[in-house]
Design a protein around this ligand. Structure first.
Ligand code: XMP
Length: 513
């Protein structure tokens, strides 16, 4: 039995992934495809419904992403959102034009809550609007189901044909009852039962991996991050000792992290797998000695990582499968038919070339990050690891400005551990984006006791981000920052100043290199 699927057709909107995540929150499996996806591909699925995303274009503009009307003949309901709603109107003979007044932001919308899409929704409800065009006239057979004082068609439907549209964005949290509307769509209009649950995902994945791997051998590069850890545990549960995990400690991990990874995955840990820890700190520090240029440091770390991994892989010999923790956002194609937007430059990549294997297994390929976390909890991985914040492959190498030395690594590890501990104690850690200490390359004069000091400045950084492309500095409470500051200067030898980085991205980056 194929699982029931909702397809999001991406017309270039910024919320395409968010729509899919929201649908999955309704326990319905959802995939994102480009707007020009071949319909035959959709026919192969157990397709239950389609959602058109928003997008920055105007349906009339040259080169706008359009799809054919055949999509309405697939026999499943379609929900158009924003640009998607205008497109539905346009394709079916309605009128779309530039609105006399464009709406942006939270807007009161009057909805007809006798309609299934809006059942249980208040008659006047706050929705997120962002449009300059609007539907002026609905296509034949459609009725208006929502409006605002300046937007006559904030919602329309032709229930007999299973077609629904909203001008606002139900997927963003500013639309207060948006989840209800999406739930109504997938459950009551598309008739989905809601069979997408993490426990069954875990179970079926384990069975599928077992069947695929048979008696073969698999190799996994374990970083201690969430994705590779969850992938490793899934494999371990499926094939046990046929899996070898290689964990390269490059000496640029957070304080105690290497030991923590070993505790979980090593011989005394909970899993029955082959675990190899390579303590390669000295090798990395030697290669990094005297190197100040950030890109060069990244390259050195990336290359050395591959060398170390390659050496270990050689000892293990040829394997049948290489396990990778790729997740769904890395797989999704962008709506305009271009290749996926991936942080490829970021990854300590190139592993597949250096290992002799037949095939790659990517057990998390279909999951969003929050689902990876749920799967991790389902698999019994400790919360501390499951909720770990993102940590770059090159590790503290991109949090030390200038030359990397063992001494500087020690300083930044200690400062960062204090920072994380205090943020945790203040109860601010859950939900806070990314936060860490970095070591500037600046030394300055200070005084401690009656002694003059000439020591480093540590920079604290905390950012909120939804996509890592842009970020804003977080206003951490002063009381927390002052405790962190005083602990760092008192407890971390070599530091006499603590600075807080108030820069967003752009113009900064999230990391501090
Ligand atoms: P930047 O510094 O580019 O970071 O604003 C954006 C996000 O990417 C993470 N990052 C990396 N992740 N390998 C990774 O796996 C890397 O080389 C790398 N560089 C940056 C960074 O932590 C942030 O979440």
């Amino acid at each position: 039995m194929k699982r029931e699927t909702i397809v999001v057709m991406d017309f270039g909107g910024q919320y395409n992934q968010l729509i899919a995540r929201r649908v999955r929150e309704c326990n319905v499996y959802c995939e994102v495809h480009p707007y020009n996806v071949e319909l035959d591909k959709l026919k192969e699925m157990n397709l239950k419904g389609i959602i058109f995303t928003g997008g920055p274009n105007s349906v009339y503009a040259e080169g706008s992403p359009l799809c054919g009307k055949e999509v309405f003949q697939l026999g499943v309901p379609v929900l158009g959102i924003c640009y998607g709603s205008q497109l539905m109107a346009y394709l079916l003979g309605g009128n779309v034009s530039t609105a006399p007044v464009s709406e942006y932001g939270k807007t009161e919308v009057e909805v007809d809550n006798s309609k299934v899409l809006f059942q249980g929704v208040s008659a006047t409800t706050i929705c997120w609007m962002s449009h300059t065009d609007y539907i002026e006239k609905v296509p034949e057979g459609f009725t208006v189901t929502a409006h605002t004082p300046v937007c006559p068609v904030a919602g329309m439907e032709c229930a007999e044909r299973g077609l629904y549209a909203v001008q606002f964005h139900p997927e963003v949290m500013h639309t207060q009852e948006g989840m209800k509307m999406l739930h109504n769509f997938v459950a009551d209009i598309c008739g989905c039962k809601g069979d997408w649950k993490m426990d069954s995902f875990v179970e079926t994945s384990i069975a599928a991996i077992r069947e695929k791997v048979g008696n073969g051998k698999a190799l996994c590069a374990l970083s201690g991050g969430v994705d590779s850890s969850v992938a490793a545990v899934l494999l371990a549960k499926a094939i046990g000792k046929q899996l070898t995990c290689v964990f390269v400690d490059h000496g640029l991990l957070r304080k105690n992290e290497g030991d923590e990874v070993e505790e979980i995955f090593g011989p005394n840990g909970a899993y029955d797998l082959n675990f190899v820890r390579v303590n390669a700190q000295e090798r990395f520090y030697a290669k990094l000695a005297g190197v100040e240029e950030p890109e060069q440091k990244r390259k050195i770390i990336g290359e050395e990582f591959i060398r170390v991994f390659e050496e270990e892989a050689k000892k293990i010999g040829a394997v049948d499968y290489l396990v990778q923790g790729t997740i769904y956002p890395d797989v999704i194609e962008s709506g305009l038919g271009k290749s996926a937007v991936i942080k490829s430059h970021h990854n300590v990549g190139g592993l597949p070339d250096c290992v002799d294997f037949k095939e790659i297994i990517e057990p998390l390929r279909l999951l969003f990050k929050d689902e990876v976390r749920k799967a991790g909890l389902e698999l019994g991985i400790p919360e501390k690891l499951v909720y770990r914040q993102p940590f770059p492959g090159p590790g503290l190498g991109v949090r030390i400005v200038g030359e990397v030395t063992a001494e500087k690594v020690r300083i930044v590890q200690d400062a960062d551990a204090i920072y994380r501990e205090e943020v945790g104690k203040a109860g601010l850690d859950k939900g806070l984006g990314q936060y860490f200490a970095a070591l500037t390359n600046m030394r300055s004069v200070g005084v401690m006791g009656d002694e003059r000091t000439y020591d480093y400045a540590v920079a604290l950084r905390a950012v909120e981000t939804s996509d890592f492309m842009t970020a804003e500095a977080v206003h951490l409470p002063w009381e927390v920052l002052s405790v962190v500051t005083s602990r760092i200067v008192n407890e971390v030898k070599g530091v006499n100043r603590v600075l807080y980085d108030c820069t967003g991205k752009p113009p900064g980056t999230i990391e501090f290199e």
